[in-house]
Design a protein around this ligand. Structure first.
Ligand code: LLP
Length: 484
């Protein structure tokens, strides 16, 4: 379908003045079409189809730089779970960040992308013995130890990497801090499954246990109090508690731990008026808290590590959908159904996440209505945006763009209803680059290992099986690059 670039009357200027989280480089093209870093969103929809996730490379890089500036002298480890592709891993390395991974899959992708092992931290409250063994053999920089079983498993693996190095580990601690965020991601509280409790003495006991294993080098402590946290004071309380534990460990064991990792979780604004946590004030508050607490206890300043994920990538992303149908219910509510849904973005269903949605690509004059944007999946909970303000004349074929979808979208996408996962396209200086192609139906069937009938014939009818491969979607291989 060809869409003529028209002069849309949606108010970008009004949106920007209100703080609506468009990517920073959003503007207008020559035909007044909406662009991100010089590329019209409608052109991306036309070239790559919909739904499609778009990532502004410049925004990812600028946000990474903002973190490195604010946290100069600290290590900034990007939390790959927010969004990971080999290109993203390369951007992170080029920007001087480290990488926090939380599974064998993320670790394998990082390794295949050439991320140096010493710049990787491995997380997970249920790492499998295989994941631990691989990380250990590959010489991953830091393994964040989450349980007693892991301590003995890691120790049993002996020295790491080349066989001479002691495996560096951090100890994950539950600092008992409430993050005042969605309960599914409020992970610093005492009643959680992560790490060792500070209050109960389990963390201290784990430190003693580690000391009895010469194969392990306890480099420091880690905590992550949750995600989408906008309360600066929650981080200050966590930092204070963690320095308190460092001091206690020194006083009781004589060991001075050189590193303190305060995790990620910094809130971003999904809609105008949402609270977010800027890296600069956060860094200032964390530094001054740690410095003050350390000075008071005559403790040498630890090297700080932080692990932002969402804050690096969320706002760099938008997702374009096509409207498939529009329905008005008997009570007057307007449902707008699009060609994606909870399979490409489960966040509204999981966390009641709210987003901003805008119509792009055509002029409209109808008054704005409050509509519900729903997906294509077979359940009433498949809602992408419950309260979107869209023109009342919205119709099939229209394009919608959902803002601030760079984080926890591609990484949480599924094949529910055997829907093919959407591609990811980066934009930079007026050019697009395909980072992840759209799935094909062959991809969907690749893992299905039911015994094959005689080649190409249906077991039931004996007739040839129709298989469709969308070769136009298989555009190119992403080369694997080395950074050293
Ligand atoms: N470090 C650790 C140990 C983590 O568990 C996480 C996120 C992060 C860092 C990064 O947090 P961020 O800066 O991205 O908030 N699926 C949920 C988010 C789950 C986050 C889990 N851990 C969502 O879509 O909101």
């Amino acid at each position: 379908m060809t869409i003529a670039p028209t002069r849309p009357n949606d108010s970008l200027a009004g949106d920007l003045a209100a703080g609506t989280p468009w990517p920073t480089l959003t503007g207008r093209g020559t035909g007044h079409e909406l662009t991100v870093d010089g590329i019209a969103l409608i052109d991306i929809a036309q070239e790559y189809g919909t739904p499609v996730q778009v990532i502004s490379e410049a925004e990812v890089r600028e946000r990474s730089r903002a973190y490195r500036r604010a946290f100069a002298g600290c290590d900034v480890a990007y939390a790959a779970k927010a969004f990971l592709t080999s290109t993203m891993a390369r951007w992170m390395m080029e920007e001087g960040l480290h990488l926090d991974v939380c599974s064998g899959g993320e670790l394998a992708l990082a390794a295949a992308s050439g991320v140096p092992m010493e710049r990787i931290l491995l997380h997970g409250n249920a790492k499998t013995p295989q994941e631990l063994a691989t990380a250990h053999r590959w010489g991953v920089g830091r393994i964040v130890v989450d349980s007693r079983a892991e301590i003995s498993q890691l120790a049993a693996l002996g020295h790491s990497g080349d066989g001479h190095r002691r495996q560096k580990v951090l100890l994950r601690v539950l600092p008992g801090v409430v993050g005042h965020t969605h309960k599914s991601v409020d992970t610093g509280r005492e009643d959680q499954q992560f790490g060792f409790s500070l209050a109960s003495g389990a963390a201290l006991e784990a430190v003693r246990r580690m000391m009895s294993h010469p194969e392990l080098e306890l480099a420091g402590l880690h905590c992550h109090i949750g995600s989408q946290i906008s309360d600066l004071q929650a981080y200050v309380r966590a930092a204070r508690a963690m320095v308190g534990l460092l001091v206690q460990i020194r006083d009781l064991t004589g060991i001075v731990l050189p590193e303190l990792d305060l995790g990620g979780g910094h809130a971003v604004a999904y809609r105008a008026g949402d609270r977010e946590l800027d890296p600069a004030p956060l860094a200032a508050a964390l530094r001054s808290t740690v410095e003050r607490e350390c000075t008071e206890a005559a403790y040498p300043l630890p090297r700080l590590v932080i692990e932002p994920g969402r804050a690096i990538v969320a706002r760099a992303g938008v997702t374009i959908y096509r409207v498939i149908n529009v329905k008005r219910t008997s009570d007057g509510a307007l449902f707008v159904a699009v060609d994606g849904g909870m399979s490409d973005n489960p966040r509204p269903a999981l966390y009641d996440a709210r987003y901003t949605v805008r119509l792009i690509g055509r002029v409209h004059s109808a008054p704005t209505e409050r509509v519900t944007v729903v997906g294509r999946h077979c359940e009433a909970g498949d809602v992408l945006a419950r309260d979107a303000d869209l023109p009342g004349d919205i119709r099939p074929g229209d394009l919608l763009v959902m803002l601030c979808t760079g984080a926890y979208q591609h990484s949480m996408a599924s094949n529910y209803n055997m829907v093919r996962r959407a591609p990811v396209v980066s934009v930079r200086d007026g050019r697009t680059e395909l980072l992840v192609r759209r799935e094909t139906e062959d991809d969907l069937m690749r893992r299905d290992v039911d015994e094959q009938p005689p080649r190409g014939l249906s077991r039931w009818s004996g007739r040839p099986i129709r298989r469709r491969t969308c070769w136009s979607a298989v555009r190119r291989e992403i080369p694997c690059r080395r950074f050293r």
